[in-house]
Design a protein around this ligand. Structure first.
Ligand SMILES: *[C@@H]1O[C@H](CO)[C@@H](O)[C@H](O)[C@H]1NC(C)=O
Ligand SMILES: *[C@@H]1O[C@H](CO)[C@@H](O)[C@H](O)[C@H]1NC(C)=O
Ligand SMILES: *[C@@H]1O[C@H](CO)[C@@H](O)[C@H](O)[C@H]1NC(C)=O
Length: 288
């Protein structure tokens, strides 16, 4: 049952169309089909639809602006990088990776694994002037005029971690460096990686857990997420333990599922722009 109050404001706010006059004085109940001629009925319907549409659009606009406002407060405009389009997100469970353990701490296979992930030309890329000019200024390559040298930070960070790894064995890995040089490089890498980790602010939770208390599928799942009722997945063995006993057997676990920037996508982006090995000139291009 339509009420007067509900409909009045809509029509009071609406403009009559040119050439038509609407007098609503006698028509406050808006029982118009019985009173108004057909053209006016159609006109009123149009007005109602338009006003309704306006309300919907205004609400949408309000929501969009509100959302933008909130997100903008959370995230200032990021610095320019031509690699933003290559950023993709994947959920990935961290796992022990045997390739990075090696048989001993100077295992050549481990060196290979590190070399492999530090990327094409350790992340060195060249950008044409038009691209380069949108970024912080950098060096024009003397052997490739019009192209500028840059490096993608992720690969520099990996390289730095590799430097720290190798600096445990300076005689083996940096036989020609002075102790002071090795120390300086190591200090730089610790400082740089500290800031990188703090910058990434990974909010994934570690947990205290023991996989012998659950089915093996939980342990091996690629995408470790809590099941709907995780109390139910425990084995009887776990249920039989006291709380105190449980705490004795639950190590801190780090192999949880993280939101990651897709490494492969960034790798490909760099590979497409890499400073190819034959262009390398050690006298101009210093390692990051
Ligand atoms: C080298 O890196 C690529 C890309 O991450 C990976 O698919 C491949 O398994 C790695 N190879 C070795 C030997 O580590
Ligand atoms: C150290 O210097 C020697 C002699 O100049 C050179 O043959 C060797 O390749 C260098 N080693 C490294 C790891 O740079
Ligand atoms: C997990 O618990 C079992 C006993 O239930 C224990 O033998 C084992 O050492 C525990 N694992 C770890 C990594 O603490």
């Amino acid at each position: 049952m339509p009420s007067e109050k509900k409909y009045e404001p809509l029509l009071n706010g609406a403009e009559p169309m040119a050439g038509e006059e609407i007098t609503l004085d006698d028509d406050k109940t808006l029982d118009y089909p019985a009173i108004l001629p057909r053209s006016r009925r159609n006109h009123l319907r149009t007005v109602r639809i338009l006003v309704g549409l306006n309300v919907v659009l205004a609400t949408l606009l309000f929501l969009v602006v509100g959302f933008w406002w909130r997100e903008n407060a959370k995230m200032p405009t990021p610095p320019h990088s031509p690699a933003w389009p290559a950023v993709k997100y994947v959920n990935k469970r961290f796992k022990k990776d045997d390739r990075f353990y090696g048989t001993d701490e100077m295992d050549p296979n481990m060196d290979k694994a590190w070399k492999n992930i530090t990327g094409p030309s350790t992340g060195h890329i060249t950008l044409p002037a038009a691209e380069a000019q949108k970024n912080v200024p950098s060096l024009e390559l003397w052997f490739k005029p019009g192209y500028y040298l840059y490096g993608l930070d992720m690969f520099h960070q990996l390289h730095c971690l590799d430097i720290i790894r190798r600096s445990f064995f300076p005689k083996h890995y940096f036989p020609n460096n002075s102790e002071a040089e090795t120390l300086r490089h190591k200090q730089h890498c610790f400082d740089y990686l500290r800031q990188s980790i703090m910058c990434a602010g990974d909010v994934t939770l570690d947990h205290w857990f023991n996989y012998t208390w659950t089915s093996s599928s939980y342990k091996d799942s690629d995408n470790l997420n809590p099941s709907d009722d995780w109390m139910n997945m425990y084995t009887q063995n776990f249920k039989d333990l006291s709380r105190k006993q449980r705490s004795q057997w639950a190590p801190l676990m780090w192999d949880t599922t993280h939101q990651c920037r897709d490494y492969d996508s960034l790798y490909e982006w760099v590979r497409d722009r890499q400073l190819v090995d034959k262009d390398y000139k050690d006298d101009t291009v210093k390692n990051p």
